[in-house]
Design a protein around this ligand. Sequence first.
Ligand code: G3P
Ligand code: CA
Length: 265
Amino acid sequence: MSGRRERDGHRIMVVAHRGASEEAPEHTLAAYRKAVADGADALECDVRMTADGHLVCVHDRRVNRTSNGRGAVAAMELAELSELDFGSWKSPGGGAESPDSLDPEGTAVLTLERLLRLVAEADRPVGLSIETKHPTRWAGQVERRLLELLRANPVPGPVRVMSFSARSLQRVKTWAPEVPTVYLMQFMLPGNRSGRLPAGARIAGPSIRILRRDPGYVARAHAEGHQVHVWTVDAPEDVELCAALGVDAVITNRPRSVRALLDGL
Ligand code: G3P
Ligand code: CA
């Protein structure tokens, strides 16, 4: 399958999913620094609220899989989370070959505020796609805090807020209509098939599984005026499918090789 829209000058954006998370521990400064060095156009991160109201970049409800600690993020304070090592699960022994093994901040819990600083200090504009995880639990506090942080820490690249929750996106649209929102879809529900999105959403965020089954979705979403940002696109055949369909962004754990693949199509 050919990358028609790439050749037509449509440059597909590469978004580093949890950082360059195939090679570096997800959601750490090490992973995000690598993604920037690898040429990612934007960085994806999941945010959760700690017991004392900080937003940290952690995917799972609990820290058990990605750190040397145990427990739910929502039940822990930032100071407790800061004691944990979020790097060695990926590289047993501490990753002695990595320069970030010399920098404990590189594998510490990452706050959204610190990630915004990394993006602000990058040598080129880098976008940020921030996903609110289980926002209903906090009745709007996650979105409020997120928007406060964005206002206090402006970054040069585009910032988008993503969620599987239409309600979360509606809050963002109401409180910050200028921030583009991405509606994430794991499965194609009948109401989404037309390419239309819930009221608070501006961009469609289907999983790659949806496009494998229903490639026509991209054209329908485009016809409704929505960009299409697809996740998680790691396999070369999926990258080629996305290029052929002319999606607007691919969210990938492998930003360097996916960029190279897209540039070669
Ligand atoms: O970019 C969207 C994607 O990250 C959603 O799934 O589980 O990896 O957060 P998940
Ligand atoms: Ca995510």
